[in-house]
Each structure stands twice: as structure tokens, then as C-alpha cells.
Design a protein around this ligand. Structure first.
Ligand SMILES: [Zn+2]
Ligand SMILES: [Zn+2]
Length: 382
């Protein structure tokens, strides 16, 4: 990872930027848990191991630049305590734990800080200017505290629009807004409406982003009109405002925003109070302040894919106390270097190098080429 950080710095200087210029990064945490429950409802984290991954967001390959592994487990300490010795875990010799047992494992603020500390430890240290995270912004706060320079928090697109959906489905609209008789029906329609509004806002944002090439000033200006057009469109007055301002609805009789989740000819009965609430809901993503948080179209997708790749050697529900960190680093190495290169380098490092020019090298190189080809193919938008 040190090599990669150095390379990023070299590339920035090649681009004509100063060597100490800042980079954008994304970060996400992953928890290992021996008692894993159903997905989605994790109000309480009983995890004992945490992996915080930070990826750079400046090159097309998006490499992992820092990983922090927090581990609470220690077999030796357990045995010693059972024998009656008075040991606390991270403090005794040969301890595998690096986090005290009573620390809060969900503390993303601290783990992100540890990643920044790792980055700063080597002489080619990078400075992070923007950190994309999901959900809360605590990670960015923690990271900027360690770095000593402010880091701006950006939001992951998927999580950002998802939180808009949740808030819209809970918003206290008046009973007359949805044209259904019973309360259960109205609630169900409100949920569907929230889903539709999320999709509408997302597609407005994506189309406008492409249209203006990511120019945030023009985007904000355009979106201020779009908000009005969305409101009139849902009121059933689709037409001129959509034709003029919307990026998702053409406002024509034959071609307009078609909802896949709402009933046909769906219309909202909006009074003043409802309109106010609805406008707030739309502004959750398209308002100028919130638009600023997603202005670079960044996401934490790479971190999530890295988290999935960890499954290769370290399952989420298995907590090995000693080999946890090496397992994680093995995966990161193979992701950064490519599978073939990583295997060759590891073999060399343990003193059993693969003979050059042999069949094995040829096969591994071939595999690598195929991987690179598919990656490039996926990235090209054609
Ligand atoms: Zn210990
Ligand atoms: Zn429309």
C-alpha cells in the first residue's frame, strides 16, 4: 500500500499538481460477528472484530490505500485469565487483540482516524480532502481530527437516496393527500410514493449530472427549477414545467415520467402544509445544501466490493483471533496487485519464487490480462 500511495503522489506531480496536493477517498467499515442475525436489523453490534477500509478515488483502478483491523479477541489472555492471572488484553506480551474489550466496536470515527494515522506514518503521506461515507459523518470528523486538516464528508449516492425514501415514507402528510379510503391503504400508497419519488429524484440527478458534466453551479441552478416541476408533475399538471425544466419527465402526452410502482393516473391532493412537507422531502437530495454533498458523484461501492472480497479468506461469522489481520491483508494485496502478481510476489517473499518463464507464470499472467480486459470493458460506458 505504501508503494501505491507513492505512485499516486508521483502521478499527481506528473499531472502538474504540487506533490502535497490532496486526494479524495472513500471509507467503509465491516464487522465480524460470531452470532450473526438477520440482515438489515443491526441496532446492536455484538461484533468483536472490525475492518475499516479506505480506498482512493483519484485513479480509475480505485486501490485500497489503508486498512485498519481492530480485534478484541485473544486466546492467550483467555487461558491466562482462566488460570487466575490478572491480565487485561491489549497490554500483556504476545497479545493478539489491539482493541480493549470495553471499547465501542461501532465507533467509525476512531477506525477512520486509525486509517489516516497509517497513511501519515510513511514519508510519502497523502492528504485526504474529501471522504465519502455511508450514513453518518462521524468517520470524516475522526479522520480530520487525526489529520489536523479538515476533511469534507461526502455521501454515498445509494445510501443518500435511500434515506430520502425512508424519510418520505414517514413524513406526516395530511389524510387527504393520498386518494384512498382506509388508513392502511393510504400508508401503503405513501410507501410506494416514497419509492417513486426516490427513483424520480435519482434519475433527475443522474441525467442533469451527465448533462452539465458535473458542474455543480449549473446543477444547483437547474435543480431549483426541477423541484418545482416535480411537485406540479405529481399534482397531475404535467406539461410545460416538465418540458422546460425536468431531466426525467419530458412532459409530453405520449412521453412522460412513468412510474413502475404507483397506480395508473396517480395524483396527489396537496394542501399548503403538504406542499411544504413534500418540498422538504425533495430537497433532501436535490436541495442546494444536500446536492453539495453528492457533487462529485462518488459512492462507497469500491469499499463495499472490497468488503465482499474479504469473504474469500475471512467469513463474516468466523472470528479467528490470531489470523484475522493476515487474512484481510492477503485479500487487499491480491486486490491491489491483481491475483497473479500477488501470488508471484508472495511466493518470492516466503523464499519459494516461481521459476521465471515457466508455465505457471505464463498462466498467471494470462489470467491477469483477462481480468484487466474485463475490468476495462466494464468501465467503458459503451
Ligand atoms: Zn490478550
Ligand atoms: Zn411531468
Amino acid at each position: 500500500m505504501r508503494g501505491i500511495r507513492q505512485k499516486i503522489q508521483e502521478n499527481t506531480t506528473k499531472c502538474g499538481l504540487p506533490a502535497n496536493s490532496t486526494i479524495r477517498a472513500e471509507g467503509d467499515a465491516r464487522y465480524n460477528n460470531s452470532t450473526f442475525s438477520a440482515v438489515g436489523k443491526t441496532s446492536f453490534q455484538a461484533a468483536t472484530q472490525v475492518t475499516y477500509t479506505m480506498c482512493e478515488n483519484v485513479t480509475s483502478k480505485i486501490k485500497v490505500i489503508a486498512v485498519f483491523c481492530g480485534n478484541k479477541l485473544c486466546k492467550k489472555g483467555e487461558v491466562l485469565r482462566r488460570r487466575g492471572a490478572n491480565v487485561t488484553c491489549p497490554d500483556h506480551p504476545d497479545c493478539t487483540a489491539n482493541v480493549a474489550a470495553d471499547t465501542n466496536i461501532g465507533n467509525e470515527k476512531r477506525w477512520a482516524g486509525e486509517c489516516i494515522r497509517e497513511i501519515q506514518r510513511d514519508p510519502h503521506s497523502l492528504t485526504v480532502s474529501h471522504l465519502t461515507t455511508d450514513g453518518d459523518s462521524a468517520a470524516a470528523t475522526g479522520a480530520s481530527e487525526i489529520q489536523g486538516q479538515p476533511i469534507e464528508n461526502l455521501k454515498d449516492l445509494r445510501h443518500f437516496f435511500e434515506s430520502q425514501r425512508k424519510q418520505t415514507s414517514k413524513a406526516p402528510f395530511s389524510a387527504s393527500m393520498f386518494p384512498d379510503r382506509t388508513k392502511t391503504d393510504r400508508e401503503s400508497v405513501q410507501k410506494r410514493f416514497a419509492q417513486d419519488l426516490k427513483m424520480r429524484c435519482r434519475s433527475e440527478y443522474e441525467n442533469a449530472y451527465d448533462h452539465y458534466g458535473g458542474d455543480i453551479r449549473k446543477l444547483t441552478r437547474a435543480m431549483s427549477y426541477v423541484v418545482d416541476s416535480i411537485l406540479t408533475c405529481y399534482r397531475g399538471e404535467c406539461g410545460r414545467p416538465c418540458q422546460k425544466h425536468s431531466f426525467a419527465c419530458k412532459g409530453l402526452k405520449k412521453s412522460h415520467w412513468k412510474s413502475s410502482v404507483l397506480p395508473k393516473n396517480f395524483k396527489l391532493n396537496v394542501n399548503d402544509n403538504d406542499e411544504h412537507l413534500l418540498r422538504d422531502c425533495v430537497n433532501l437530495t436535490l436541495g442546494p445544501k444536500n446536492l453539495c454533498r453528492i457533487r462529485f458523484h462518488t459512492s462507497t461501492q469500491k469499499c463495499e466490493s472490497v468488503n465482499r472480497a474479504y469473504l474469500r479468506s475471512n467469513s463474516k461469522c468466523i472470528t479467528s483471533s490470531r489470523n484475522f489481520e493476515p487474512k484481510i491483508h492477503r485479500v487487499v494485496h491480491s486486490l491491489n496487485e491483481g491475483y497473479g502478481n500477488s501470488t508471484l510476489k508472495l511466493c518470492e517473499a516466503v523464499g519459494a519464487p516461481v521459476v521465471k518463464g515457466g508455465k505457471v507464470v505464463h498462466l498467471l499472467k494470462q489470467q491477469e490480462k483477462r481480468q484487466a480486459y474485463f475490468r476495462q470493458r466494464q468501465q467503458s460506458k459503451l
